[in-house]
Design a protein around this ligand. Structure first.
Ligand SMILES: Cc1cc2nc3c(=O)[nH]c(=O)nc-3n(C[C@H](O)[C@H](O)[C@H](O)COP(=O)(O)O)c2cc1C
Length: 359
């Protein structure tokens, strides 16, 4: 495993690292604080700052740096195509308490990659070479990259990995899919293992790390320095703590369904937006519940009932019935599944719309 000495101190020295994956419209200050309550990852990453001519620093994203009370370092992620503006914004961000600048080379949303930013840049290694070179010259602190395996194939993969070395990137977070594979194909852990061998910096393996056990398996297969976890942390905020337990040989805590009801309440309070209409608040909570519901019951009854809710009373009533025992009287000690129940998708038959629009 390559040295991790250029990274901030981990929570448990000697164990592989963990990070919460950046997720636009999810991993803001409030969500980070909820995750920290259940057990922080080693590192957080902001949602991306969109960089273009005269772009400013998005206030809400900046709050996850300036008001970060998690005690864990946060990397500031940038996405953009204009190299002078990326350099300018990286300089502006360096005035704030960030762990480093992270460049997004993976976003698969068509509205993003069509502008040759995010995952679109993987088609243009020369541009990446120039971009990393200029950023490396400008960023005195850590410069990290989050990317996918390629755009529609892996033809440029090795060339881009060599650029990671040439420009002394401090950390590579690698989502083991191409842009065209979006979010639901198998993850190519063999290619993450290949990257771990080829680059000199630590690599975080990313993609479908669904549990502490999956984290251990992915680490064993890839020899990565750590795992970056996204959607599974929305479902199960205990995942980072459980991963540390498992990797240090302790039993993994089981979570009772009433504790999951507590998590939902914490999300509701942390993200409370009294000024928006009730329907919008219900839809916002459904975004989280679509993930959480994958671990509640094998039949998907909770998912189905909560998706039919129109009011907060209906929505939280469904949570109470399914998580506080009323519909589970025959199995009063039922626990939250450590892995999602097979066949229960965050959204049946289609991508969640927030995922389609996001990176
Ligand atoms: C809703 C959503 C928003 C995302 N936003 C970002 C983002 O802003 N920047 C980024 O690099 N990746 C983004 N991603 C990709 C994740 O960071 C991660 O690479 C991907 O979800 C795979 O990891 P997972 O299987 O653990 O979720 C987003 C993913 C989702 C589902």
């Amino acid at each position: 495993m390559p040295p991790v000495h250029r990274l901030p101190l981990p929570l448990a020295p000697g164990l592989p690292l963990t990070a919460l994956a950046p997720m636009q419209d999810v991993t803001d200050l409030r969500f980070m604080s909820v995750i920290a309550h259940y057990g922080s990852p080693d590192y957080f990453f902001t949602e991306y700052f969109r960089v273009y001519a005269n772009s400013g620093l998005h206030k809400n994203i900046l709050r996850s740096i300036t008001e970060n009370a998690t005690d864990r370092p946060v990397f500031a992620q940038l996405i953009g195509e204009s190299i002078p503006d990326l350099v300018r914004v990286a300089g502006e961000l360096s005035q704030y308490p960030i762990a480093g600048i992270d460049l997004n080379l993976g976003c698969p949303a068509p509205r993003i990659y069509r502008k040759n930013v995010g995952g679109g840049l993987l088609r243009d290694p020369d541009k990446i070479d120039h971009m990393l070179g200029e950023l490396r010259k400008a960023v005195a602190g850590r410069l990290t990259v989050k990317m996918r395996l390629g755009f529609d194939d892996t033809a440029n993969f090795d060339r881009i990995l060599d650029l990671i070395n040439r420009h002394n990137i401090d950390l590579l977070s690698l989502h083991g899919r191409t842009v065209k594979e979006m979010y639901h194909s198998d993850v190519h852990y063999d290619l993450i293992a290949h990257a771990v061998q080829r680059v000199q910096c630590p690599v975080f393996a990313n993609g479908n790390v669904t549990s502490a056990f999956a984290a251990a398996a992915v680490l064993a297969q890839t020899r990565a320095a750590g795992v970056m976890i996204g959607r599974a942390a929305i479902r199960n905020p205990w995942i980072f703590h459980q991963t540390r337990q498992h990797l240090s040989g302790q039993p993994v805590s089981t979570i009772a369904l009433p504790a999951v009801r507590g998590y939902i309440e914490r999300l509701r309070c942390a993200t409370a937006m009294p000024s928006i209409p009730e329907r919008a608040r219900v839809n916002h909570m459904k975004m989280y519940l679509n993930y959480i519901g994958q671990g509640v019951d094998v039949t998907g009854a909770f998912l189905s009932e909560m998706r039919h809710a129109h009011t907060e009373a209906e929505l939280f009533g469904a949570c109470d019935r399914h998580l506080l025992g009323e519909t589970n009287r025959s199995q009063p000690n039922q626990t939250f599944a450590i892995e999602p129940y097979p066949g229960l998708a965050a959204r049946p038959n289609r991508e969640p719309t927030h995922v389609l629009k996001a990176c």
